[in-house]
Write a protein that binds this ligand. Structure first.
Ligand SMILES: O=C(O)c1ccccc1NCC(=O)[C@H](O)[C@H](O)COP(=O)(O)O
Length: 271
């Protein structure tokens, strides 16, 4: 696969330019065959999709609770920042899964945050990063990730397919993220059942739950819609459910609360 960033002039493009450079450096330090071998010898993944389905089958929100220190839109979100403590609190609240930001330049993330969070609980964990190259998928699994995010806006169809194939060969779940109908149509060409509708416009960074209102009803019944970004209140949760998503990915709102367990429980019990 070609390791060069698409030419765009928005926030996502700037993040991707840094990401392609990071992949170049990391893959130069460890060959693909070596990281692939580590991934294939890692202990088995936890069932990310199964955990979401179980929560929904029990009548609860399938909450993917996010762990991130900072973001381009929110600046520094939580300090002090204790990934293990957050993971335990989210699990105690009844979250189905975790999402952990591992991008350093834009989110102050680290793969170590994911390792610490996963070791502190029994929840399946999504590596939340900008995946553009097979090396990163192998790295994610080698470090314990149970799922990866594929942002359709950041990938060609061929890239998305290749990264999904690798993830599936490693028994990892894939969350395919879309922002508009065109990306949704492309995502439906993938095998994954998990289709994330991101309410954040990645060019302006503004969130609008109307994106979910519009796109989630278009997702076929054999897929699992996941509402993402800008979800803050029990009313927001109910709005996502009305649109058709009982699985939700929530970060900033929870991380800004002094007691994340109470805050997560409030959203989980909103329906
Ligand atoms: O959050 C950002 O500023 C951002 C900027 C550019 C690309 C991605 C970005 N966020 C990633 C996410 O989609 C969110 O971390 C995730 O959906 C949770 O959203 P929120 O509950 O609003 O923190």
């Amino acid at each position: 696969m070609n390791v060069s960033a698409p030419v765009l002039s928005d926030t996502l493009a700037r993040i991707l330019a840094d990401k392609y450079e990071e992949v170049r450096e990391r893959s130069a330090a460890m060959p693909l065959a070596e990281i692939e071998s580590q991934a294939r010898h890692a202990s088995p993944p936890r069932d990310f999709t199964g955990a979401l389905c179980a929560a929904v089958a029990e009548g609860r929100v399938g909450l993917i609770a996010e762990i991130k220190r900072a973001s381009p839109s929110g600046g520094l979100i939580r300090e002090p920042f204790e990934p293990a403590e957050l993971a335990r609190a989210y699990e105690a609240a009844g979250a189905a899964c975790l999402s952990v930001l591992t991008d350093a330049p834009w989110f102050q993330g680290d793969l170590g945050h994911m390792v610490q969070a996963r070791a502190a609980c029994s929840l399946p964990v999504l590596r939340k990063d900008f995946m553009v190259h097979p090396w990163q998928v192998f790295e994610a699994r080698a470090m314990g990730a149970d799922a990866i995010l594929l942002i359709l806006a950041a990938l060609s169809d061929e890239q998305a397919q290749e990264l999904e194939d690798i993830a599936r060969s490693l028994d990892m779940a894939v969350l395919a993220e879309v922002h508009d109908q065109r990306e949704l149509d492309r995502a439906l060409g993938l095998e994954t059942r998990l289709i994330g509708v991101n309410n954040r416009n990645l060019k302006t960074l503004v969130t609008d739950l109307g994106t979910s209102d519009e796109l989630i009803p278009l997702i076929p019944a054999d897929r699992i819609p996941v509402g993402e970004s800008g979800i803050r209140t029990p009313d927001d949760v109910r709005r996502m459910c009305r649109a058709g998503a009982r699985c939700l990915l929530v970060g900033e709102h929870l991380l800004r609360q002094p007691d994340v367990e109470v805050a997560a429980r409030e959203l989980i019990n909103a329906i």
